[in-house]
Design a protein around this ligand. Structure first.
Ligand code: NBG
Length: 801
């Protein structure tokens, strides 16, 4: 712990909160609302972060450390107050200070808006990485966009998803520091002649910094987010002539750039504004990186020794051409030198193989928005063609489109996938040819999640039990969970473990009762699927199984069924009609099942709207069963799957993404496996009758489709799901039918095990004990050693890696 982060007493904290209430917020304690107390407490906590933050920056400069820059269009950070309190070790202090000030800490924590600057796994991974880089003392900056509106809010109307804008920034954001002095001009369009680009449009990227504090407050890095501002405030001449709308045009144009997060996840749309956002983030970050580098060193050829830049997916892939442009056009380096430096500095992480997600821009659009970059891209492509003698079908510019995956690959010294299976498929499929031309460039870094937020913060009852049993070393070194293994055989420990789970289940039941008005039984099995709604993730497989189970329960109500609560959470992209139909079906089915007196408490379906990080923090600790049921070969990794394992849920899943490694780690006997493998999926699809054959062989599947098609769940609109049922028979691209029976059987195996709480909890304990590998600390160490060549700036005695 640094001097600046010395322990703070509750009395000192109370004083600091009072001070901020009065002098920062200008509020009298007698009239303070929850919001005021939250802001005052946040400023008081923020004060404690500033010390370690300055210390880290100083240390990085003094040691001339290599710095890592993580470029990402998304950082799904969620709430920050509790996370900061926990990493500073101030949770108890805050509790007593809150008590003496007369407000409830929980209420204050939950008053904070959930910063939803991301869509799903990719954005949440970036947030876990930031936290781990700080916990490990890896000198790093995150670079992102300060979207005014994060991911839309989801409501259900008549069971259908309705989107409304999210507005986290309408309140002051206490964790950020505006840096108006860090501003860069970002140009678009215009003309490029002989390396001389004259943009016809431009905006200013203006920085906002958020400190990211690591575990035990030993180190803090910066998340720098760019907000777009106009180059000229408004056109005074037009204003004076009375044309107010035209006068405000420059401002409107700029604000649009950082106004909203694109709500698509694993789909690419080809919208001009999106390309502009990507360039806005990338150019601002690179200008800032070069400015910082040149403030310390004068030789740009040394850039790769002191700087590593990671591209989170292809979204910032314009970094290759932009870095070359800055090095040649602005700093006078020659082409070959610049290209070499850029490549040695850049790394690229691929997060998906779905063809609809691979970004490509028409050469017309690229040439129009970024004319100079289009020239550079063509030259990179020509150089690559000449240097590698590649086959004709390989290249960056193909079919009049710029392939961003190929561009990112060719401009990076390392390309990584996010799980062992995924990295293997990256080599065999999307980048097959480039992998042959550049053997060794593709490596794997299996994803991870931070145990500070996903175990200690989200699950205090289990975290407390673990600390009482093996101490608290696991929080900074998750492999230590191994020492829990012998306790799996200890009856007393298992009882405590079940009690911790039950505490979380009771809390969730209460919340569900209060917010959704549905009573659920905390002793039922809580079966949870939370993630974006997508056909490949197969929420429809889950709801089909629910329907089959309900039908069978009704046929034979006294067969000793294991009570279940099926819980869903997740948003669909607004334009994704099939995913929206699945949401509608889940809600329709819930309506019927939850009101059926025959099945009663034996089966409930719960779908809280507006799934986000905070809801995940409630659901995961309360889960018994984790649904990871994607079509094999489609889910690059998954990270929710890891959070469930860490929190003692058993997984029912396919051999997809990181499920494969989870199963290897926890043991095949502690995992409910079903379904086709990635290879089998490819083969099965060749049989055009695959769905028909599977349905004809499954009475369950026939019953399900029959119930749906006859309008059992949509009595006022019996035709509602004809399209869905037709697709199940005739266009089942994700092989729901082929995997259905295996899934149904695995579910019944889960029921059997649940009937024996001792056996179930033994397996659950082993899942926790063997989840150490899935810490994002391990992942970040891998990136540092194998991609970035970066070292921890913390000494061993300070708890470095
Ligand atoms: C997602 C994958 C997930 C993976 C996360 C983080 C995109 C493009 N990809 O499987 O679908 O866990 O990335 O790597 O969002």
């Amino acid at each position: 712990m640094t001097k600046d982060a010395r322990p703070l007493s509750a009395a000192e904290l109370k004083q600091s909160v009072e001070h901020h209430l009065i002098y920062t917020l200008g509020k009298d304690a007698r009239h303070a609302s929850a919001y005021d107390w939250r802001m005052a407490l946040s400023y008081a906590i923020r004060d404690r972060i500033v010390g370690p933050w300055f210390h880290a920056t100083r240390r990085t400069y003094e040691g001339q450390r290599k710095r890592v820059y993580y470029l990402s269009m998304e950082f799904l950070i969620g709430r920050m107050l509790e996370d900061a309190m926990i990493n500073l070790g101030l949770l108890e202090t805050c509790e007593s200070a809150a008590k003496s000030l007369g407000f409830g800490l929980r209420q204050i924590i939950e008053d904070e808006p959930d910063a939803a600057l991301g869509n799903g796994g990719l954005g949440r991974l970036a947030a876990c990485f930031l936290e781990s880089m700080s916990s490990l003392g890896c000198p790093a900056h995150g670079y992102g966009i300060r979207y005014e509106h994060g991911l839309f809010r989801q409501r259900f109307e008549g069971g259908q998803q309705v989107e409304t804008p999210e507005d986290w920034l309408t309140q002051a954001h206490p964790w950020e520091f505006a840096r108006p002095e860090s501003a860069y001009e970002i140009g678009f369009k215009g003309e490029a002649v002989d390396g001389d680009w004259h943009p016809s449009e431009s905006v200013i990227a203006s920085a906002y910094d958020m400190p990211v504090i690591g575990w035990q407050g030993r180190w803090a890095n910066t998340l720098r987010m760019w907000s777009a501002k106009p180059t000229t405030l408004f056109d005074l001449e037009r204003f004076n002539s009375g044309d107010y709308a035209a006068a405000a045009e420059p401002e409107a144009l700029a604000r649009t750039l950082s106004r909203v997060l694109y709500p698509d996840d694993t789909t690419y749309q080809g919208k001009e504004l999106r390309l502009k956002q990507e360039f806005f983030l990338t150019s601002a970050a690179l200008q800032d990186i070069l400015r910082r580098f040149l403030s310390e060193y004068d030789d740009l050829t040394k850039l790769p020794q002191k700087v590593a830049i990671q591209m989170n997916d292809t979204h910032p892939a314009i970094a290759g051409p932009e870095l070359i442009r800055l090095l040649t056009d602005k700093h006078g380096l020659n082409w070959d030198e610049a290209q070499g430096i850029a490549r040695a500095t850049l790394g690229y992480t691929n997060h998906t193989l779905l063809p609809e997600a691979l970004e490509r821009w028409s050469t017309w659009l690229m040439g129009n928005i970024l004319p100079r970059h289009m020239q550079i891209i063509e030259r990179i492509d020509d150089d690559h063609r000449r240097a590698t003698k590649r086959p004709a079908h390989v290249g960056i510019v193909r079919n009049n489109e710029v392939q961003m995956g190929e561009l990112a690959f060719i401009m990076s010294h390392k390309v990584n996938g996010v799980s062992a299976l995924h990295s293997d498929l990256v080599k065999k499929t999307v980048f097959h040819d480039l992998n042959e031309l550049h053997p060794g460039r593709i490596i794997n870094q299996t994803n991870g999640v931070t145990p500070r937020r996903w175990l200690k913060l989200a699950n205090p009852s289990l975290a407390g039990l673990i600390c009482d049993t093996i101490g608290d070393g696991w929080i900074g070194d998750l492999d230590q969970l191994r020492s829990l293994e012998p306790h799996a055989g200890d009856k007393g420990f298992r009882k405590d473990f079940r009690a911790a789970k039950r505490t979380n289940k009771v809390a969730l039941s209460n919340w569900v009762g209060e917010t959704l008005g549905v009573q659920i039984d905390p002793d039922a099995m809580f079966d949870v699927q939370i993630k974006r709604i997508h056909e490949y993730k197969r929420q429809h497989l889950n709801i089909f199984e629910t329907i089959a189970l309900w039908h069978n329960m009704r046929e034979n109500p006294d067969a000793g069924w294991v009570p279940r609560v099926k819980i869903f959470g997740g948003k669909s992209a607004p334009g994704y009609a099939v995913a929206k139909e699945i949401i509608h079906l889940i809600n329709d089915v819930a309506q019927v099942i939850n009101n059926d007196p025959v099945t009663g408490d034996m089966l409930k379906v719960i779908y809280p709207p507006n799934y986000n990080v905070s809801i995940a923090e409630r659901l995961i600790p309360a889960a018994d069963l984790s649904e990871q049921i994607s079509t094999a070969g489609k889910e690059a990794s998954g990270t929710g799957n890891m959070k469930f394992t860490m929190n003692g849920a058993l997984t029912i899943g396919t051999l997809d993404g990181a499920n494969v490694e989870i199963r290897e780690h926890v043991g095949a006997e502690n995992f409910f496996l079903f379904g086709l493998t990635a290879d089998e999926v490819v083969k099965r699809r060749r049989n055009v009758r695959h769905a028909r054959d599977a349905i004809e062989a499954s009475q369950n599947m026939q019953n399900v489709l029959q119930l749906i098609v006859e309008g059992r769940f949509s009595p006022t609109d019996p035709d509602r799901y004809h399209g869905l049922v037709d697709r199940a028979w005739n266009h089942d691209h994700y092989l729901v039918a082929a995997d259905f029976e295996g899934y149904y059987t695995a579910q019944r195996d889960a029921d059997q095990l649940y009937l024996d709480p001792e056996a179930w909890s033994k397996k659950a304990v082993l899942n926790v004990a063997r989840s150490g590998f899935f810490s994002s600390d391990r992942t970040i160490r891998g990136y540092m050693a194998e991609i970035w060549g970066a070292e921890s700036a913390l000494d061993r005695e300070e708890g470095a890696a």
